[in-house]
Design a protein around this ligand. Structure first.
Ligand code: SF4
Ligand code: SF4
Length: 133
């Protein structure tokens, strides 16, 4: 989002999505609501420092495709101005979130483990162990 050298080498990763805070899910219904978000294209959900966020992949209209620069740099919104380059998507590389869901299937699996009794979980582990032999 800036004119730093690192941005010259980046395709404007930070301008291709936005993330919003979510209420922390408490019961199974709350997790199922998040599963619903994840049924949609371009949606992922992550947890950072205990806080839940939804990330929506959607390119900013002002990001120029030819050089990945901001078309309205001089009057870019506050959120863009406050973005910390030192910890940006390009610098950090792979995400290190405690939880990161990119599909409803992942949430389904997570909910199985979290809310169903552990008998199923053990059964699965056994099956896997058998396969390896
Ligand atoms: S992700 Fe980082 S390097 Fe890339 S444009 Fe944004 S601030 Fe610059
Ligand atoms: S306004 Fe500019 S800096 Fe902000 S997200 Fe859009 S392209 Fe990026």
């Amino acid at each position: 989002m800036g004119m730093d050298n690192q941005c010259d080498e980046c395709a404007g990763l930070c301008c291709r999505y936005f993330a919003l805070p979510l209420d922390t899910p408490e019961d199974k219904g709350d997790y199922d609501d998040i599963r619903w978000f994840l049924c949609h294209k371009g949606i992922s959900v992550f947890v950072e420092d205990g806080d839940w966020y939804i990330s929506i992949k959607n390119k900013c209209k002002h990001l120029l495709e030819k050089d990945h620069r901001c078309r309205i740099y001089g009057k870019r919104p506050r959120i863009c101005r406050q973005y910390r380059h030192s910890k940006c998507d390009y610098v950090e590389g792979t995400y290190n979130y405690k939880l990161h869901f990119t599909s409803d299937k992942q949430m389904e699996e997570y909910m199985k483990v979290k809310f169903d009794n552990n008998v199923k979980k053990k059964g699965k582990a056994k099956k896997k162990a058998k396969k390896r032999k």
